[in-house]
Design a protein around this ligand. Structure first.
Ligand SMILES: Nc1ncnc2c1ncn2[C@@H]1O[C@H](COP(=O)(O)OP(=O)(O)OP(=O)(O)O)[C@@H](O)[C@H]1O
Ligand SMILES: O=C(CO)[C@H](O)[C@H](O)COP(=O)(O)O
Length: 409
């Protein structure tokens, strides 16, 4: 993109740097502009009128915090996003007056963009080339990187829209830098340049058995697909899922792994879930949640006088582990709650939750009792990760406030 030329008589702001222009430095995304100055104050600083300079300014004092959420389609990303947005308060809505098929959701604090918008091939194009949407060749990672970087630097972008209704690429929409940008979709951690922009990353790892059960529930009941077509679509995606999507979990700071229960031998109904929250150690601004005693290995059955459990009950586990060569802490919940208000008993035994008041996890869960997974570990751990992201954001902002921007000019 071409650099813009600015004619101004204003003095330079202190959080801008100035250098002799060179063509390679001119980049709109870095907010570098050619600047002609006539200001006296600038002349005193050695900046002469009539000559051109390159000015690099931080677009705002507040840099956007970027969160990545990766998962296959139909694995609960939208549900997770609704829980996360709710932690910050306020409703998330598509951009006002924009494309009704926009995939973007904006709230006061967060903007969630769907990485499907970076499909470089539309539905017909993919069919012609014989590639799935999961294949990197069907996605524009250069543009994804440029635009996420620009937003992180405080610069608005015109982001493309992939229209899931028509299967076409629609005209772009304006995305302004929010406090928190969530990039959700198939590939937030695939490209190392994009990955490096993430302040925190999450992978929703839904086992094949559970994914199948959820897909049937949604695509048969809500979308009128046949059982055979659902099976065929899952099978067709599998090779690319395993090649390009699944490997991203090794980079995630938190993984929510969803497996069939171990409380019922040979269960094949897929209704009771064993959910593991795998938390990487040593991540900036993130201290893993633990049960009872940090670093110990613990198994806990909370059912009894304080927690009502029907068959097959509930079992929690906690302990240190390694995951793709990284040290992690894992909290696990197998089973489901009968009474959500009793969750406070479990909450009171978990530490490092980053809640703002006693019972906040329970309150959030009760608020969204109708969301899928509210009676099991998926809802519980999604809520906890939402609170950890709020905490991470607040820590990053506080750290920046303590570090004054150095005047570079
Ligand atoms: N925790 C859960 N427990 C049970 N079912 C769930 C859970 N999360 C999601 N589902 C089921 O999976 C479906 C898809 O969920 P959701 O829309 O959140 O996923 P998604 O990843 O955003 O999907 P897509 O990418 O296809 O839009 C839901 O309609 C629901 O049937
Ligand atoms: O894996 C997906 C991510 O959501 C979709 O299948 C992909 O975006 C293609 O979308 P559509 O099926 O609407 O053409």
């Amino acid at each position: 993109m071409a650099a813009c030329t600015v004619y101004s008589t204003q003095s330079l702001s202190t959080n801008c740097s100035i250098s002799t222009p060179s063509k390679t430095q001119l980049s709109f995304h870095q907010k570098q502009v050619v600047f002609y100055t006539t200001s006296r104050r600038n002349s005193k600083r050695g900046i002469n009128s009539g000559r051109s300079y390159v000015i690099t300014c931080a677009a705002s004092d507040q840099q956007t915090v970027v969160i990545g959420l990766a998962a296959d389609s139909g694995c609960g990303k939208s549900t997770f996003m609704r829980r996360l947005t709710s932690v910050f308060g306020g409703a998330a809505e598509p951009p006002k007056g924009g494309n009704p098929d926009s995939n973007t959701l904006i709230s006061d604090t967060t903007t969630v963009i769907c990485l499907d918008d970076y499909h470089s091939l539309d539905r017909t194009g993919r069919k012609e080339k014989g590639v799935t949407a999961l294949d990197p060749r069907a996605n524009d990672f250069d543009l994804m990187y440029e635009q996420v970087k620009a937003i992180k630097d405080g610069i608005a972008v015109q982001k493309p829209i992939y229209n899931h209704v028509t299967g076409l690429l629609d005209p772009p929409e304006l995305i302004k830098p929010p406090k928190i940008l969530v990039i959700e979709g198939l590939h937030p951690m695939f490209d190392s340049r994009v990955r490096d922009l993430l302040d925190f990353s999450i992978y929703l790892d839904i086992s094949n058995e559970v994914k199948f059960a959820w897909k049937i529930q949604r695509d048969m009941a809500e979308r009128g697909h046949s059982l055979e077509s659902i099976k065929a679509s899952i099978e067709a995606r599998k090779p690319d899922f395993e090649a390009y999507i699944d490997p991203q979990k090794q980079y995630a700071d938190a993984v929510i792994e969803v497996l069939p229960t171990q409380l019922i031998p040979d269960d094949n109904e897929g209704k009771i879930l064993r959910v593991r929250l795998i938390q990487k150690e040593g991540v900036n601004f993130f201290s893993p949640v633990y049960l009872f005693d940090e670093g110990s290995t613990i198994s806990w059955i909370p059912c009894g006088r304080k927690l009502t459990c029907s068959y097959p009950g509930i079992k929690f586990s906690y302990g240190p582990d390694t995951y793709y060569g990284n040290e992690v802490s894992v909290v696990e919940m197998d089973g489901q709650f009968d009474r959500l208000d009793e969750l406070i008993y479990v909450e009171s035994h978990l530490s490092n939750l980053s809640t703002k008041f006693y019972g906040e996890v329970t309150q959030q869960m009760l608020k969204h009792a109708d969301f899928p997974g509210s009676n099991n570990g998926t809802g519980l751990f999604q809520t906890i990760v939402g609170l950890k992201i709020r905490d991470l954001y607040e820590q990053i902002v506080a750290t920046r406030a303590e570090t004054p921007v150095a005047a570079k000019a």
